[in-house]
Write a protein that binds this ligand. Structure first.
Ligand code: NZQ
Ligand code: ZN
Length: 389
């Protein structure tokens, strides 16, 4: 295990009706709130009205609405402008990863001279300060509610890139599973695929002796496998929604990734797909993950894949580890099929025309060619894309 510095300071208020604490929570930070949200699901679910009912009288609310899935730089800039104009004290992000990520970029952008794209693209530009963020999560997926990461799309340059800062980790996150009852089927499976992918990305890593991280990841993977079919069949099943919600936060708050070296494999490949084609992040991951697994299965990795099959899918370990490893990869693929995920790129509107360009960008924008679990060249990425057609 490598040295690490674990920092997960988000005050997490989990469970039914935790929103009652919202006035007290926001009061700590001030009276002018930027209410950030997406395309309107919070209005349809009644959450928007509830927020006004709870804080509308005592607070000045400024709205940043219409935050897109795969949030755009233009929207971040709009949010920064609103915060400066109205001297906003705190951002209340209500929604999923897209709304929370956009809010993080706005929070940091307020104190940055110049375009927020600077601190997203240039590691030398440091974030010095950020507005406090409070979130109300409405979909179990990214873990953004409990981490300092954010991913923003620049439509002009066709780039979707992430940044990370401790200063934008949400101060408080309200996690009420009932708010995810209205998440549609497609987004529910995308969210689960994203959680699962975060765990896979951390699990398949070359660092030895990380039983704690791996044991937690295995438990969370089993949780996602167990509860996703229930959430899909019975969207208002509290137990399923609650377990998926908590799994989402724990999968990417450092618990399963700290103490390991290297970089993720499928996320950099997927971010190019969403940058070029604006597809749903979790769906792109589900399509790529089994193809990536097949591609990197070799004598060095076979033991790990067999262990994954044994611990996550309860497979008996065969003397021929390849048999167990291949069965585990097939079960991963079949799981996504069973959930209903469209498992090829053409089904989400991607043909072969830009695969080469996206493969080059995936390598250019990340360290997958040197630091991934199995290093991936442009040719490797292209092969994984092609196998996903
Ligand atoms: O915009 P609204 O109307 O709210 O609808 C959203 C959106 O259309 C809808 N939705 C969310 N909650 C709902 C609901 N519909 C009905 N009822 C509800 N309760 O679902 C759609 C997707 O929302 P979005 O926020 O885009 O989903 P998600 O949480 O999956 O976020 C995806 C974004 O996060 C990034 C992804 O790349 C993508 O841009 N990621 C962020 C990470 C992080 N910050 O740590 C890590 C991830 O790996 C990921 O890259
Ligand atoms: Zn993800």
């Amino acid at each position: 295990m490598k040295n690490f510095d674990f920092h997960a300071p988000t005050n997490t208020l989990f469970g039914k009706d935790q929103i009652q604490q919202l006035p007290k929570v926001l009061n700590q930070y001030g009276k002018t709130v930027l209410l950030a949200y997406g395309g309107g699901s919070i209005k349809r679910s009644g959450l928007y009205d509830k927020i006004y009912e709870l804080i509308g009288e005592e607070t000045t609310i400024v709205e940043l609405s219409g935050i897109e899935p795969n949030p755009r730089l233009d929207t971040v800039i709009k949010g920064v402008k609103l915060c400066k104009e109205h001297q906003v004290d705190v951002i209340l992000a209500v929604g999923g990863g897209s709304t929370i990520d956009c809010s993080k970029a706005v929070a940091a952008g307020v104190f940055h001279e110049g375009n927020p794209w600077d601190f997203i693209t240039d590691k030398a530009v440091t974030i010095e300060k950020a507005l406090p963020i409070v979130t109300i999560l409405t979909i179990a997926a990214t873990g953004s509610e409990m981490n300092g990461g954010a991913v923003i799309t620049n439509e002009e340059t066709k780039e979707k890139l992430g940044f990370h800062s401790r200063l934008v980790i949400p101060k408080v996150s309200i996690l009420d599973p009932t708010y995810t009852f209205s998440v549609p089927t497609y987004q529910t499976m995308a969210g689960s695929a994203d959680i699962f992918s975060h765990l896979i990305e951390n699990y398949f890593n070359q660092t030895p002796d990380t039983m704690v991280q791996d044991g937690i990841a295995e438990g969370l993977m089993r949780t996602v496998l167990y509860y996703t079919p229930t959430a899909l069949k019975e969207p208002t099943n509290y137990e399923a929604r609650a377990n998926l919600m908590w799994a989402s936060s724990l999968a990417l708050n450092g618990l399963t990734g700290n103490g390991k070296f290297g970089v993720w494999s499928c996320h950099p490949m997927e971010h190019e797909l969403s940058a070029y084609y604006d597809i749903t992040h979790g769906i792109g991951l589900a399509i790529l993950t089994p193809r990536w697994m097949e591609h990197v299965l070799n004598d060095d990795t076979v033991e790990r894949f067999a262990l994954y099959g044994h611990r996550v899918f309860d497979l008996e370990v065969n003397d021929d580890l390849y048999i167990t490893a291949k069965e585990a990869i097939k079960l991963t693929y079949d799981t996504f099929v069973d959930w209903g995920v469209p498992m090829t790129l053409p089904e989400v509107g991607i043909d072969e025309s830009l695969l080469e360009e996206m493969a080059e960008q995936a390598v250019h924008h990340s360290n997958i060619s040197t630091k991934a679990y199995v290093p991936l060249s442009v040719e490797d990425v292209l092969k994984i894309y092609t196998n996903s057609l």
